[in-house]
Design a protein around this ligand. Structure first.
Ligand SMILES: [Zn+2]
Length: 381
């Protein structure tokens, strides 16, 4: 009802404008020249209509209505999603728009939008897939992550691109896709094997969240690191924006310094929902995260922003888990921490639920994979 009323009004005002223009012209013309005025106006009509069409004021076919009812959604495979676009990708996008409920169609739309240079439009489509509830199928998520990584690379956000690829690798099964998701920095190169199979992870400095100065007088030097402990912040944090992470980290530091009376934020690293890694307390100083002094000695604390108890946020985002995976591997290698010493807060102090069952499982899986690669490496030597 509203639509037809609006359409009618717009059409009426256009007619009125046309008549008034003619009357104005005629008023200043002699009667014998009125005929010429009509001729002039009628000759202008095609130009007028052309301009109206360019401005999009004429009747439009909605993109949904222009979808081909007989179009078949492509299967959500890497091959079909990334097939070369035809000569008219925009028409293909229009034909698929009504089929968005099929993951393959939505992925193909995102890919085609990227190919036409509409990176922001593609990202909107991909967010609908990656953050859907319930979570998408594994390969669908993996393709979406790969496409998002392309978008982040295009925008120069290499950290986010890397995190997306890592998140994609956790769920990708298709070999061709796994190959594309593999970080270029970790692809084996000819010649001597690289000393580390893990890409360098960029960690945002304390200045990026405007940390208050540490009160080092009440802090202890770290000593040799032999353990890594994983926590959640136990405060809901679903917002992936950088500003949200900054606010959350600053609030944790305030709580630790002002309420707990500690010298600085208790954790050495924090990971936000989008997978960014932030520096907390400098690694040179013993942390305040595991309970008592004995548990904190030589113990690096990593906190994932969010509350991952089943009744709260539940599962941590894949990008956050991928960043945890990368950070733990990097720290374990740098400080020579044995896999069995990569623990959750709950394992170290059973009276706490931190970091919840989902992260508990993730840490167990990570520990297992580190154990396996250690056994494999030892067998090679
Ligand atoms: Zn904890």
């Amino acid at each position: 009802m509203t639509i037809s009323a609006t359409t009618g009004c717009m059409a009426g005002s256009r007619c009125f404008g046309f008549r008034r223009a003619f009357e104005r012209l005629a008023r200043f013309s002699r009667p014998d020249r009125r005929c010429s005025a009509w001729v002039l106006l009628l000759s202008l009509c095609p130009i007028w209509l052309g301009l109206a069409a360019c401005a999009g004021v004429g009747p439009r076919v909605s993109p949904e209505a222009s979808s081909d009812a007989n179009a078949v959604p492509p299967p959500p495979s890497f091959h079909s999603v990334t097939a070369a676009p035809g000569t008219r990708p925009v028409e293909e996008i229009l034909a698929l728009r009504g089929l968005r409920s099929h993951a393959g169609a939505r992925l193909r739309i995102a890919f085609l939008l990227q190919e036409t240079g509409n990176w922001a439009g593609a990202e909107t489509e991909l967010q609908q897939i990656v953050f859907a509830d319930p979570r998408p199928e594994r390969d669908v998520e993996a393709i979406a992550r790969w496409l998002r990584a392309r978008g982040f690379e295009r925008r120069g956000e290499s950290d986010r691109a890397r995190a997306e690829r890592a998140a994609g690798l956790l769920v990708a099964d298709e070999p061709g896709l796994r190959e594309r998701l593999t970080d270029r920095a970790v692809v084996a190169r000819p010649g001597p094997a690289p000393s580390s199979p893990v890409a360098a992870l960029s960690v945002l400095p304390r200045t990026s969240w405007k940390a208050a100065a540490a009160k080092t007088r009440s802090m202890k030097p770290m000593g040799p690191v032999h353990r890594i402990t994983i926590h959640h912040s136990a405060t809901a944090c679903r917002d992936g924006r950088q500003t949200a992470a900054v606010a959350a980290i600053r609030s944790i530091q305030r709580y630790h310094q002002e309420e707990q009376g500690w010298g600085d934020i208790g954790y050495h690293f924090l990971i936000d929902p989008a997978g960014r890694v932030w520096t907390g307390r400098a690694v040179d100083w013993q942390g305040a995260h595991a309970g008592d002094d004995e548990r904190n000695q030589g113990n690096l604390g990593i906190c994932l922003l969010g509350n991952f108890m089943p009744r709260d946020q539940g599962q941590p985002p894949a990008a956050q888990l991928a960043a945890l995976d990368q950070l733990v591997k990097q720290l374990a290698r740098r400080h020579e921490v044995a896999p069995r010493q990569i623990v959750t807060h709950h394992e170290l102090k059973p009276s706490t639920d931190c970091p919840g069952p989902y992260l508990q499982t993730a840490v167990e899986r990570l520990r297992g994979s580190l154990e396996t690669s250690r056994i494999v490496a030892a067998a090679r030597e």
